[in-house]
Design a protein around this ligand. Sequence first.
Ligand code: AMP
Ligand code: MG
Length: 418
Amino acid sequence: MFSFEDARAKVIEVIAARTGAPKKITATQTVDISREPSEALGRILAEDVLADRNYPPFNRSIRDGFALRAADTATPAPRLRLIGESRAGVAFNGTVGEGECVRILTGAPVPKGANAVLMHEYTRLDGHFVIPEQAAQPGQHYVLAGAEARVGEVVVPRGTRLSYAELAMAAEVGRSRFSVSRRPRVAILSTGDELIGLSDKPGPFQIRNSNNISLAAQVALAGGEPVVAGNARDDISELRARIERALEADLLILSGGVSTGKYDLVEKVLQDLGAQVFFDAVAIRPGKPAVFGWCCGKPVFGLPGNPVSTMVTFELFVAPAIEALSGHTPEPLPFFKAKLAHPVTEKGTVAHFLPARISWPTGETGGDPRVEALLWEGSGDIGAVVRANCFLVIHTSRLQLEAGEWIDVFPRWSKIQA
Ligand code: AMP
Ligand code: MG
Protein backbone atom coordinates (compact mmCIF):
# COMPACT_ATOMS: atom_id res chain seq x y z
CA MET A 1 0.00 0.00 0.00
CA PHE A 2 1.29 3.47 -0.94
CA SER A 3 1.93 6.16 1.63
CA PHE A 4 0.02 9.37 0.85
CA GLU A 5 3.28 11.01 -0.26
CA ASP A 6 4.04 8.19 -2.69
CA ALA A 7 0.46 8.08 -3.97
CA ARG A 8 0.56 11.81 -4.66
CA ALA A 9 3.94 11.51 -6.40
CA LYS A 10 2.53 8.63 -8.47
CA VAL A 11 -0.38 10.78 -9.67
CA ILE A 12 1.96 13.59 -10.72
CA GLU A 13 4.35 11.13 -12.43
CA VAL A 14 1.63 9.30 -14.38
CA ILE A 15 -0.04 12.54 -15.53
CA ALA A 16 3.32 13.84 -16.75
CA ALA A 17 4.19 10.59 -18.54
CA ARG A 18 0.79 10.25 -20.26
CA THR A 19 -0.09 13.85 -21.09
CA GLY A 20 3.15 15.84 -20.85
CA ALA A 21 1.43 18.14 -18.30
CA PRO A 22 2.27 20.56 -16.82
CA LYS A 23 4.96 21.39 -19.45
CA LYS A 24 3.00 20.54 -22.60
CA ILE A 25 -0.26 22.44 -22.47
CA THR A 26 -1.69 23.51 -25.82
CA ALA A 27 -5.28 24.53 -25.21
CA THR A 28 -5.33 28.21 -24.30
CA GLN A 29 -7.69 31.15 -24.24
CA THR A 30 -7.22 34.91 -24.07
CA VAL A 31 -8.12 37.03 -21.07
CA ASP A 32 -8.29 40.81 -20.95
CA ILE A 33 -7.55 42.34 -17.55
CA SER A 34 -8.53 45.84 -18.65
CA ARG A 35 -12.09 44.56 -19.00
CA GLU A 36 -12.38 42.13 -16.08
CA PRO A 37 -9.29 41.56 -13.90
CA SER A 38 -10.99 38.87 -11.78
CA GLU A 39 -11.41 36.64 -14.84
CA ALA A 40 -7.66 36.15 -14.92
CA LEU A 41 -7.40 35.43 -11.21
CA GLY A 42 -6.08 31.94 -10.48
CA ARG A 43 -5.50 31.18 -14.16
CA ILE A 44 -2.18 29.78 -15.40
CA LEU A 45 -0.23 32.01 -17.75
CA ALA A 46 0.40 30.27 -21.08
CA GLU A 47 3.02 32.73 -22.40
CA ASP A 48 5.83 34.83 -20.96
CA VAL A 49 5.02 38.42 -20.12
CA LEU A 50 7.96 40.71 -20.98
CA ALA A 51 8.96 44.18 -19.84
CA ASP A 52 8.13 46.68 -22.60
CA ARG A 53 10.80 49.11 -21.29
CA ASN A 54 13.14 49.46 -18.36
CA TYR A 55 11.61 49.54 -14.86
CA PRO A 56 11.72 51.98 -13.40
CA PRO A 57 11.90 53.85 -16.72
CA PHE A 58 13.94 56.64 -15.05
CA ASN A 59 15.95 57.02 -11.84
CA ARG A 60 13.02 57.14 -9.42
CA SER A 61 13.09 58.86 -6.04
CA ILE A 62 11.75 56.84 -3.12
CA ARG A 63 11.67 59.78 -0.68
CA ASP A 64 10.44 63.36 -0.44
CA GLY A 65 13.42 65.72 -0.18
CA PHE A 66 16.08 67.27 -2.38
CA ALA A 67 17.99 65.83 -5.32
CA LEU A 68 21.59 66.98 -5.13
CA ARG A 69 25.22 66.05 -5.64
CA ALA A 70 26.30 64.01 -2.62
CA ALA A 71 29.76 65.63 -2.60
CA ASP A 72 28.15 69.05 -2.04
CA THR A 73 26.79 67.91 1.33
CA ALA A 74 30.24 66.90 2.59
CA THR A 75 31.72 70.42 2.45
CA PRO A 76 32.22 72.50 5.66
CA ALA A 77 29.02 74.64 5.75
CA PRO A 78 26.95 73.34 2.85
CA ARG A 79 24.32 75.65 1.37
CA LEU A 80 22.60 74.67 -1.90
CA ARG A 81 20.64 76.87 -4.26
CA LEU A 82 17.12 75.52 -4.88
CA ILE A 83 16.65 75.68 -8.67
CA GLY A 84 13.37 73.79 -9.27
CA GLU A 85 11.09 70.89 -8.52
CA SER A 86 10.57 67.34 -9.80
CA ARG A 87 7.36 65.58 -8.97
CA ALA A 88 5.69 62.36 -10.13
CA GLY A 89 4.72 62.87 -13.77
CA VAL A 90 6.42 66.27 -14.09
CA ALA A 91 10.20 66.09 -14.33
CA PHE A 92 12.69 68.91 -13.76
CA ASN A 93 14.19 69.54 -17.17
CA GLY A 94 17.55 71.07 -16.31
CA THR A 95 20.72 69.75 -14.74
CA VAL A 96 21.72 69.99 -11.09
CA GLY A 97 25.10 71.72 -10.99
CA GLU A 98 27.63 72.13 -8.22
CA GLY A 99 26.06 73.88 -5.20
CA GLU A 100 22.52 73.35 -6.48
CA CYS A 101 19.55 71.16 -5.63
CA VAL A 102 16.01 70.39 -6.80
CA ARG A 103 13.00 69.68 -4.59
CA ILE A 104 11.92 66.12 -5.33
CA LEU A 105 8.87 64.07 -4.38
CA THR A 106 8.43 60.33 -4.06
CA GLY A 107 8.08 58.66 -7.46
CA ALA A 108 9.61 61.60 -9.32
CA PRO A 109 12.57 61.34 -11.73
CA VAL A 110 15.95 62.27 -10.26
CA PRO A 111 17.24 65.11 -12.47
CA LYS A 112 20.49 65.00 -14.46
CA GLY A 113 23.54 65.91 -12.44
CA ALA A 114 22.10 64.75 -9.10
CA ASN A 115 23.33 61.50 -7.56
CA ALA A 116 21.48 61.42 -4.22
CA VAL A 117 18.22 62.34 -2.55
CA LEU A 118 18.40 63.89 0.89
CA MET A 119 15.19 63.54 2.91
CA HIS A 120 13.62 66.89 3.76
CA GLU A 121 13.70 65.92 7.46
CA TYR A 122 17.50 66.37 7.30
CA THR A 123 17.44 69.82 5.74
CA ARG A 124 16.55 73.40 6.63
CA LEU A 125 15.21 76.05 4.25
CA ASP A 126 16.77 79.51 4.10
CA GLY A 127 15.00 81.54 1.42
CA HIS A 128 16.02 80.07 -1.94
CA PHE A 129 18.68 77.95 -0.27
CA VAL A 130 18.64 74.50 1.32
CA ILE A 131 20.95 73.77 4.24
CA PRO A 132 21.77 70.02 4.44
CA GLU A 133 22.02 68.84 8.05
CA GLN A 134 23.38 65.46 7.13
CA ALA A 135 25.82 64.21 4.51
CA ALA A 136 24.17 62.29 1.65
CA GLN A 137 25.69 59.08 0.25
CA PRO A 138 25.95 58.75 -3.55
CA GLY A 139 23.03 56.64 -4.85
CA GLN A 140 20.92 57.16 -1.74
CA HIS A 141 17.09 57.05 -1.81
CA TYR A 142 16.46 56.42 -5.47
CA VAL A 143 16.10 53.34 -7.69
CA LEU A 144 18.23 53.21 -10.84
CA ALA A 145 16.43 52.99 -14.18
CA GLY A 146 16.18 49.32 -15.17
CA ALA A 147 17.02 48.02 -11.67
CA GLU A 148 13.65 46.27 -11.28
CA ALA A 149 13.46 44.92 -14.85
CA ARG A 150 15.25 45.49 -18.15
CA VAL A 151 13.37 45.92 -21.39
CA GLY A 152 12.63 42.47 -22.90
CA GLU A 153 13.14 40.66 -19.60
CA VAL A 154 10.55 38.05 -18.58
CA VAL A 155 8.66 39.58 -15.66
CA VAL A 156 5.98 36.88 -15.29
CA PRO A 157 6.98 33.49 -16.70
CA ARG A 158 4.67 31.08 -18.48
CA GLY A 159 3.22 28.55 -16.03
CA THR A 160 2.71 31.11 -13.24
CA ARG A 161 -0.59 31.12 -11.39
CA LEU A 162 -1.98 34.64 -11.64
CA SER A 163 -2.72 36.49 -8.45
CA TYR A 164 -2.83 40.18 -7.62
CA ALA A 165 0.94 40.81 -7.91
CA GLU A 166 1.20 39.06 -11.29
CA LEU A 167 -1.79 41.02 -12.60
CA ALA A 168 -0.24 44.29 -11.36
CA MET A 169 2.99 43.35 -13.15
CA ALA A 170 1.16 42.66 -16.41
CA ALA A 171 -0.65 45.96 -16.02
CA GLU A 172 2.62 47.81 -15.33
CA VAL A 173 4.21 46.54 -18.54
CA GLY A 174 1.09 47.30 -20.56
CA ARG A 175 -0.13 43.75 -21.21
CA SER A 176 -3.87 43.77 -20.81
CA ARG A 177 -4.45 40.73 -23.06
CA PHE A 178 -2.56 37.49 -22.71
CA SER A 179 -3.17 33.79 -23.06
CA VAL A 180 -3.87 31.45 -20.18
CA SER A 181 -4.30 27.68 -20.16
CA ARG A 182 -7.80 26.37 -20.63
CA ARG A 183 -9.23 25.05 -17.37
CA PRO A 184 -9.30 21.24 -17.42
CA ARG A 185 -12.88 19.93 -17.53
CA VAL A 186 -13.41 17.70 -14.53
CA ALA A 187 -16.39 15.36 -14.49
CA ILE A 188 -17.85 14.57 -11.06
CA LEU A 189 -19.93 11.41 -10.71
CA SER A 190 -21.26 10.20 -7.37
CA THR A 191 -22.41 6.64 -6.79
CA GLY A 192 -24.88 5.20 -4.31
CA ASP A 193 -28.47 3.97 -4.14
CA GLU A 194 -29.04 5.99 -0.95
CA LEU A 195 -28.32 9.38 -2.54
CA ILE A 196 -30.92 11.96 -3.48
CA GLY A 197 -30.73 15.43 -5.00
CA LEU A 198 -30.87 18.63 -3.00
CA SER A 199 -34.47 19.41 -3.91
CA ASP A 200 -35.73 15.87 -3.21
CA LYS A 201 -37.50 15.02 0.03
CA PRO A 202 -35.35 12.45 1.86
CA GLY A 203 -36.85 9.17 2.98
CA PRO A 204 -35.75 7.94 6.43
CA PHE A 205 -32.58 6.26 5.15
CA GLN A 206 -31.74 8.48 2.24
CA ILE A 207 -28.80 10.87 2.20
CA ARG A 208 -28.47 14.13 0.28
CA ASN A 209 -25.71 14.13 -2.28
CA SER A 210 -23.19 16.51 -0.73
CA ASN A 211 -20.08 15.10 -2.42
CA ASN A 212 -21.08 16.42 -5.83
CA ILE A 213 -21.30 19.88 -4.27
CA SER A 214 -18.07 19.77 -2.25
CA LEU A 215 -16.21 18.26 -5.20
CA ALA A 216 -17.48 20.94 -7.58
CA ALA A 217 -16.23 23.57 -5.13
CA GLN A 218 -12.87 21.85 -4.66
CA VAL A 219 -12.43 21.44 -8.43
CA ALA A 220 -13.08 25.15 -8.94
CA LEU A 221 -10.66 26.09 -6.14
CA ALA A 222 -8.02 23.83 -7.71
CA GLY A 223 -8.38 25.57 -11.09
CA GLY A 224 -10.60 23.09 -12.90
CA GLU A 225 -13.99 23.49 -14.55
CA PRO A 226 -16.43 21.23 -12.73
CA VAL A 227 -18.89 19.24 -14.82
CA VAL A 228 -21.34 17.54 -12.49
CA ALA A 229 -22.36 14.26 -14.09
CA GLY A 230 -25.06 13.24 -11.62
CA ASN A 231 -25.31 10.10 -9.57
CA ALA A 232 -25.01 6.46 -10.61
CA ARG A 233 -26.98 3.85 -8.73
CA ASP A 234 -25.05 0.84 -7.45
CA ASP A 235 -25.71 -1.07 -10.62
CA ILE A 236 -23.02 -2.28 -13.00
CA SER A 237 -24.60 -1.30 -16.29
CA GLU A 238 -25.77 2.12 -15.12
CA LEU A 239 -22.38 2.85 -13.57
CA ARG A 240 -20.61 1.77 -16.75
CA ALA A 241 -22.81 3.90 -19.00
CA ARG A 242 -22.39 6.98 -16.82
CA ILE A 243 -18.62 6.53 -16.53
CA GLU A 244 -18.28 6.19 -20.31
CA ARG A 245 -20.25 9.38 -20.84
CA ALA A 246 -18.38 11.29 -18.12
CA LEU A 247 -15.04 10.33 -19.69
CA GLU A 248 -15.60 13.00 -22.33
CA ALA A 249 -14.08 15.35 -19.74
CA ASP A 250 -10.31 15.69 -19.21
CA LEU A 251 -10.47 13.94 -15.85
CA LEU A 252 -13.11 11.97 -13.95
CA ILE A 253 -13.74 11.93 -10.20
CA LEU A 254 -16.05 9.28 -8.81
CA SER A 255 -17.14 9.20 -5.20
CA GLY A 256 -18.33 6.19 -3.25
CA GLY A 257 -18.35 2.54 -4.18
CA VAL A 258 -14.62 1.91 -3.80
CA SER A 259 -14.56 -0.13 -0.57
CA THR A 260 -14.80 -3.89 -0.55
CA GLY A 261 -18.53 -4.19 0.11
CA LYS A 262 -21.00 -6.08 -2.05
CA TYR A 263 -22.26 -2.82 -3.62
CA ASP A 264 -18.83 -1.24 -4.17
CA LEU A 265 -18.66 -1.62 -7.93
CA VAL A 266 -16.46 1.21 -9.13
CA GLU A 267 -13.20 -0.72 -9.44
CA LYS A 268 -14.90 -3.64 -11.15
CA VAL A 269 -16.53 -1.39 -13.74
CA LEU A 270 -13.27 0.45 -14.34
CA GLN A 271 -11.57 -2.88 -14.86
CA ASP A 272 -14.33 -3.98 -17.29
CA LEU A 273 -13.59 -0.80 -19.23
CA GLY A 274 -9.93 -1.81 -19.47
CA ALA A 275 -8.62 0.69 -16.94
CA GLN A 276 -5.08 0.52 -15.66
CA VAL A 277 -5.15 1.01 -11.88
CA PHE A 278 -2.06 2.54 -10.27
CA PHE A 279 -3.31 2.31 -6.72
CA ASP A 280 -6.53 1.31 -5.01
CA ALA A 281 -5.53 1.87 -1.41
CA VAL A 282 -3.45 4.48 0.40
CA ALA A 283 -2.18 4.30 3.98
CA ILE A 284 -4.33 7.14 5.33
CA ARG A 285 -7.39 7.65 7.46
CA PRO A 286 -9.78 8.93 6.38
CA GLY A 287 -9.57 7.91 2.74
CA LYS A 288 -7.87 4.52 2.64
CA PRO A 289 -9.67 2.96 -0.36
CA ALA A 290 -8.78 5.82 -2.77
CA VAL A 291 -8.32 4.68 -6.38
CA PHE A 292 -6.29 6.25 -9.17
CA GLY A 293 -6.24 4.82 -12.67
CA TRP A 294 -6.30 5.50 -16.38
CA CYS A 295 -9.42 4.65 -18.29
CA CYS A 296 -10.19 5.20 -22.00
CA GLY A 297 -7.31 7.67 -22.25
CA LYS A 298 -8.27 9.75 -19.22
CA PRO A 299 -7.17 9.96 -15.58
CA VAL A 300 -9.81 8.64 -13.19
CA PHE A 301 -10.07 8.92 -9.41
CA GLY A 302 -12.38 6.77 -7.31
CA LEU A 303 -12.65 8.56 -3.98
CA PRO A 304 -14.23 6.96 -0.93
CA GLY A 305 -17.79 8.22 -0.39
CA ASN A 306 -17.72 9.35 3.21
CA PRO A 307 -17.73 13.14 2.82
CA VAL A 308 -14.59 13.89 4.84
CA SER A 309 -12.69 11.08 3.10
CA THR A 310 -13.76 12.55 -0.23
CA MET A 311 -12.54 16.01 0.79
CA VAL A 312 -9.16 14.86 2.13
CA THR A 313 -8.35 12.50 -0.74
CA PHE A 314 -9.30 15.22 -3.22
CA GLU A 315 -6.82 17.66 -1.67
CA LEU A 316 -4.05 15.08 -1.48
CA PHE A 317 -4.38 13.35 -4.86
CA VAL A 318 -6.80 15.08 -7.23
CA ALA A 319 -5.77 18.71 -6.68
CA PRO A 320 -2.21 18.13 -8.02
CA ALA A 321 -3.63 16.36 -11.09
CA ILE A 322 -5.87 19.33 -11.89
CA GLU A 323 -2.98 21.70 -11.21
CA ALA A 324 -0.70 19.82 -13.64
CA LEU A 325 -3.41 19.55 -16.32
CA SER A 326 -3.89 23.31 -16.15
CA GLY A 327 -0.21 23.92 -16.86
CA HIS A 328 1.11 24.59 -13.37
CA THR A 329 3.80 22.52 -11.70
CA PRO A 330 2.11 20.95 -8.65
CA GLU A 331 3.21 22.64 -5.44
CA PRO A 332 4.43 20.48 -2.55
CA LEU A 333 1.83 19.88 0.15
CA PRO A 334 1.68 23.12 2.15
CA PHE A 335 2.34 21.57 5.55
CA PHE A 336 3.64 23.76 8.32
CA LYS A 337 4.32 23.19 12.00
CA ALA A 338 2.34 24.10 15.07
CA LYS A 339 2.55 23.04 18.70
CA LEU A 340 0.18 20.27 19.68
CA ALA A 341 -2.22 21.35 22.44
CA HIS A 342 -2.78 17.83 23.81
CA PRO A 343 -1.31 14.35 23.56
CA VAL A 344 -2.30 12.17 20.61
CA THR A 345 -2.45 8.40 20.45
CA GLU A 346 -3.36 6.73 17.18
CA LYS A 347 -3.08 3.08 16.31
CA GLY A 348 -2.48 1.09 13.17
CA THR A 349 -0.23 1.56 10.20
CA VAL A 350 -1.79 4.54 8.44
CA ALA A 351 -1.27 8.30 8.59
CA HIS A 352 -4.14 10.29 10.09
CA PHE A 353 -5.69 13.59 9.00
CA LEU A 354 -7.74 14.97 11.87
CA PRO A 355 -9.97 18.05 11.61
CA ALA A 356 -8.30 20.64 13.83
CA ARG A 357 -8.01 24.32 14.64
CA ILE A 358 -4.81 26.26 14.60
CA SER A 359 -4.58 29.54 16.50
CA TRP A 360 -1.90 32.15 16.89
CA PRO A 361 -1.36 33.77 20.27
CA THR A 362 -2.01 37.49 20.11
CA GLY A 363 -0.50 40.31 22.10
CA GLU A 364 2.95 41.88 22.17
CA THR A 365 4.91 38.76 23.06
CA GLY A 366 3.21 36.56 20.49
CA GLY A 367 4.22 32.93 20.81
CA ASP A 368 4.04 29.69 18.91
CA PRO A 369 1.06 28.61 16.82
CA ARG A 370 -1.02 26.05 18.68
CA VAL A 371 -3.14 23.32 17.13
CA GLU A 372 -5.94 21.31 18.64
CA ALA A 373 -7.78 18.32 17.15
CA LEU A 374 -11.57 18.71 17.24
CA LEU A 375 -13.98 16.16 18.57
CA TRP A 376 -15.55 14.38 15.64
CA GLU A 377 -17.59 11.36 14.70
CA GLY A 378 -15.33 10.14 11.94
CA SER A 379 -15.34 10.54 8.20
CA GLY A 380 -19.07 11.16 7.83
CA ASP A 381 -18.88 14.24 10.08
CA ILE A 382 -18.90 17.23 7.72
CA GLY A 383 -19.55 19.59 10.66
CA ALA A 384 -16.11 18.81 12.07
CA VAL A 385 -14.51 20.16 8.90
CA VAL A 386 -16.79 23.20 9.02
CA ARG A 387 -15.45 23.92 12.53
CA ALA A 388 -11.86 23.15 11.51
CA ASN A 389 -9.41 25.48 9.82
CA CYS A 390 -6.82 22.76 9.16
CA PHE A 391 -6.07 19.08 9.45
CA LEU A 392 -3.55 17.70 11.92
CA VAL A 393 -1.22 15.29 10.15
CA ILE A 394 -0.09 12.29 12.14
CA HIS A 395 2.54 10.37 10.24
CA THR A 396 2.92 6.60 10.49
CA SER A 397 6.45 7.10 11.85
CA ARG A 398 5.04 8.77 15.02
CA LEU A 399 1.52 7.79 16.00
CA GLN A 400 1.99 8.88 19.61
CA LEU A 401 2.76 12.47 20.44
CA GLU A 402 3.04 14.53 23.62
CA ALA A 403 1.39 17.88 24.25
CA GLY A 404 3.76 20.64 23.15
CA GLU A 405 5.38 18.70 20.30
CA TRP A 406 5.69 20.37 16.92
CA ILE A 407 3.39 18.69 14.46
CA ASP A 408 2.52 18.99 10.76
CA VAL A 409 -0.59 20.98 9.92
CA PHE A 410 -2.37 20.87 6.55
CA PRO A 411 -4.22 24.15 6.19
CA ARG A 412 -7.59 24.81 4.66
CA TRP A 413 -6.22 27.93 3.04
CA SER A 414 -9.38 29.21 1.52
CA LYS A 415 -10.95 29.23 4.93
CA ILE A 416 -7.98 30.72 6.77
CA GLN A 417 -7.75 33.50 4.17
CA ALA A 418 -11.43 34.35 4.38
P1 AMP B 1 -19.33 4.33 0.11
O1 AMP B 1 -17.92 4.83 -0.06
O2 AMP B 1 -20.09 4.27 -1.16
O3 AMP B 1 -19.34 3.06 0.86
O4 AMP B 1 -20.05 5.40 1.03
C1 AMP B 1 -19.63 5.57 2.36
C2 AMP B 1 -20.56 6.52 3.09
O5 AMP B 1 -20.52 7.80 2.48
C3 AMP B 1 -22.01 6.10 3.10
O6 AMP B 1 -22.54 6.37 4.37
C4 AMP B 1 -22.64 6.99 2.08
O7 AMP B 1 -23.99 7.25 2.33
C5 AMP B 1 -21.83 8.26 2.15
N1 AMP B 1 -21.80 8.87 0.83
C6 AMP B 1 -21.41 8.28 -0.30
N2 AMP B 1 -21.54 9.11 -1.35
C7 AMP B 1 -22.00 10.28 -0.85
C8 AMP B 1 -22.34 11.52 -1.44
N3 AMP B 1 -22.23 11.71 -2.75
N4 AMP B 1 -22.78 12.50 -0.62
C9 AMP B 1 -22.90 12.30 0.70
N5 AMP B 1 -22.60 11.14 1.31
C10 AMP B 1 -22.16 10.13 0.55
MG1 MG C 1 -21.86 3.50 -1.76
